[in-house]
Design a protein around this ligand. Structure first.
Ligand code: FAD
Length: 316
């Protein structure tokens, strides 16, 4: 059995957890059968996870915001009780924090940051190495182990009409060593990792004071903004907007790259986008090779015209 930990915001499962479920479904076709899910909370999730191929969903009753140490401890207890062959979770900030703790407590091996799974002689989990230029493959012994799944490495589409059974798992949440003082959610924009449209800009913008047209384009399209790393490094944009090998990996339907050259380290985080649109004045910019659509021109002319055209189209 494969057990997947589902993170949620107000009982709405996170996209990255639904991706982990789909990853588990792929694994289940080559090893270890049924996919089950587990989450912490006081009531049912907003969607029945049966549509994501889950047979059974366990809820651990938890009335308060648990600390990561409590979550790791109670999930280790759940693993002890349910004995899954594989325990999977998103490679999210929480997932990264608790996966190692769970591995130590449960005595299971850990493969951190998988982007795919294959079966040759044995089941092997794929990880990207060298800025996404190559893959490395890792496997467990016959006992299985824990796998964290990189957000946006697989889609989060539902695949079934079945309903899963829900039940409560009676486990005691231990005392925490950590106290959550305050939680602040960024309001308004969809988080980058979950966005379906992303408008991103780089050093070609020349100066942070020029970003108004990028924000305007993003507002018109209902998009989330992103940037290349050098732009975040010099403080033109916040670090949480930086996409790429060392930033966030994204998988939007549309990625618009403006004044970004398309270095391999940038592409490593965006090349899973369904449609890539590049605006660059240099016809030799490497990004054009990865683009579905390209506009070769000066962004200071192209973007204001684009904004105006979208504004007009929306007002019709
Ligand atoms: C270990 C390592 C990790 C890295 N990780 C990342 C990462 O995660 N993400 C990342 O983004 N980078 C990363 N980098 C940096 C990466 O190698 C590139 O240096 C960076 O992506 C370049 O950013 P840029 O495209 O904004 O700038 P530049 O390379 O300077 O490109 C600017 C582009 O703007 C175009 N341009 C200029 N003026 C205009 C105009 N008026 N109109 C239209 N186009 C214009 C230019 O033709 C050019 O193509 C990493 C590097 C290393 C070594």
């Amino acid at each position: 059995m494969i057990l997947v930990f589902v993170e949620h915001i107000d009982f709405q499962p996170k996209k990255s957890s639904l991706e982990a479920l789909n990853f588990a479904n792929s694994l289940s076709t080559i090893d270890s059968g049924e996919v089950k899910a587990i989450y912490l909370g006081t009531r049912e999730l907003s969607i029945n996870l049966g549509v994501f191929g889950v047979k059974e969903v366990y809820r651990i009753d938890c009335e308060h915001n648990c600390g990561s140490d409590q979550i790791a401890a109670v999930l280790s207890d759940a693993i002890g009780k349910l004995s899954p062959k594989y325990f999977m979770l998103s490679h999210s900030s929480l997932g990264k924090t608790i996966a190692g703790q769970i591995a130590v407590k449960s005595g299971m091996g850990l493969i951190s940051g998988a982007v795919g799974v294959v079966k040759e002689e044995k089941v092997k989990f794929r990880k990207t190495v060298f800025s996404g230029k190559a893959y490395a493959y890792y496997g467990f012994n016959e006992n299985g182990g824990i796998v964290t799944v990189v957000p946006n490495s697989i889609s989060a589409e539902s695949s079934s009409n079945e309903l899963a059974q829900y039940s409560t798992l009676n486990l005691t949440i231990p005392q925490s060593q950590i106290r959550s003082v305050e939680k602040k959610l960024v309001k308004g924009k969809t988080p980058l990792a979950e966005a379906t449209i992303v408008v991103s800009a780089g050093r070609g913008m020349k100066d942070p004071s020029n970003w108004g047209m990028i924000d305007e384009l993003a507002d018109l399209l209902g998009a989330t903004t992103a940037c290349s790393r050098p732009v975040a490094d010099v403080g033109w944009r916040p670090h949480h907007e930086h996409v790429g090998q060392t930033g966030i990996a994204i998988r939007p339907n549309v990625y618009i790259a403006i004044g970004i050259s398309g270095a391999i380290q940038h592409l490593a985080g965006v090349n899973n986008s369904r449609n890539i649109i590049v605006i660059n004045k240099d016809p030799e910019a490497p990004f054009f090779k990865a683009a579905d659509y390209g506009i070769c021109g000066d962004l200071f002319e192209v973007v204001p015209k684009l904004n105006e055209a979208i504004r007009k189209a929306k007002s019709v």
